[in-house]
Design a binder for this molecule. Structure first.
Ligand SMILES: [Zn+2]
Length: 362
């Protein structure tokens, strides 16, 4: 456990759900932990005791990626944990593959509808067909503009198999729209949708005041910081500013709220964690500003500033988006100005009205 994690509290200690079994973390709320074949090696999924139109059953929150191991894990959960009742609804916090990958299968398996935000439903449909040649070339151009303009990077990007489509073969054709501030009656309890931006198009966290539980999805993780990236589809996005203002929307929740994150363990200490994430990004932004005060920097130039360890190509694809997000927060905030050099690379340097410490000049 790192120093920051020690400031949080894990009510269940080191206990994790066994494979195919759940742990009840609040009345009628069960925790499932499924393996993922990535560096981020697991995802948490939730079962909520539900009742729809007089029928008793369960709602599922998040689905895992499309693969046989996950399907058989789900079948064990169905056999062991549903008390013989059906799944009535499938809810996805957002459209990333580990959250929506098996939604098509779960919805068909139980004849259950999908609940998700409109933006995430539509973007998932857009990506499920895979990257076409034009979008691959836009990605190559995006990397080149941000300083990764070597032939090797372009070759690797063109050879990369479509990431999303390989983990999400299809998405249900119909959905029920989750809207910010909207309510879902799930069994005996009312849950409120809280939208969040900067990580996914329109992430929905779910909060239940009766139970004092927040299903935080990827917007509120205890150990790792959420990936906040700018992508080629929205190349000028200010994702980091959106993310930081989104997590502040959890500030009105009670201090003893039990947070159920998509990765890591259920925790309390929500307000401490919000502050930690602000501190973390403020420090990173200060480092980026410092670097851009010394010389005009592309996103590729700030990779070693933000990431002190060597990165492989897969990690670079995530890291570049994060680097652009940090540069854009400072650029949209007026502290950096942007210029395109003769090679077409976008370079950021301290705006002349600011010092490298980010103070406005008198
Ligand atoms: Zn995600």
């Amino acid at each position: 456990m790192n120093e920051l994690e020690q400031q949080l509290h894990y009510p269940l200690g080191e206990t994790l759900p066994d494979s195919g079994r759940c742990i009840e973390v609040a009345p009628g709320v069960k925790w499932i932990r499924m393996a993922l074949p990535f560096a981020l090696n697991h995802i948490n999924l939730w079962l909520l005791r539900d009742r729809v139109d007089g029928t008793e059953g369960w709602s599922i929150v998040d689905c895992c990626i499309h693969r046989e191991e996950a399907k058989s894990h789900w079948e064990s959960v169905f056999a062991n944990e549903l008390d013989g009742l059906p799944v009535l609804r499938v809810i996805a916090t957002h459209m990333h593959p580990d959250h929506i990958g098996l939604a098509h299968w779960l919805c068909a398996r139980w004849q259950a509808p999908l609940f998700i935000s409109a933006a995430d439903f539509l973007v998932a449909h857009m990506l499920v067909t895979g990257a076409d040649a034009a979008s691959t070339e836009r990605t190559v151009q995006f990397y080149a503009q941000h300083g990764l303009n070597d032939a090797e990077t372009a070759r690797k990007l063109r050879e990369r198999k479509p990431y999303f489509a390989s983990l999400v073969p299809s998405v249900p054709d119909q959905y029920h729209r989750l809207l910010d501030g909207g309510h879902l009656q799930i069994g005996a309890h009312r849950w409120t949708c809280i939208s969040g931006y900067g990580h996914a198009p329109e992430h929905m966290a779910l909060y239940c005041a009766d139970l004092g539980v927040l299903i935080g999805g990827d917007m509120m993780l205890p150990r790792i910081s959420t990936n906040v990236s700018v992508h080629e589809q929205e190349p000028e996005a200010d994702a980091l500013t959106l993310f930081l203002s989104s997590i502040d929307r959890f500030l009105p929740l009670p201090v003893d709220t039990l947070v159920l994150p998509s990765h890591g363990k259920p925790f309390t200490g929500l307000h401490t964690r919000i502050q930690q994430l602000h501190d973390h990004h403020r420090e990173r932004l200060a480092e980026v500003l410092q670097a851009c005060g010394e010389k005009p920097c592309s996103a590729a130039d700030v990779l070693p500033v933000l990431f002190k360890r060597p990165l492989d190509f897969h990690q670079i694809t995530f890291a570049l988006g994060e680097a652009v997000a940090h540069l854009h927060a400072l650029w949209h905030g007026g502290q950096l100005q942007r210029q395109q050099d003769a090679e077409g690379v976008l370079r950021f340097r301290t705006h002349k009205s600011f010092t490298t410490e980010g103070q406005r000049r008198p």
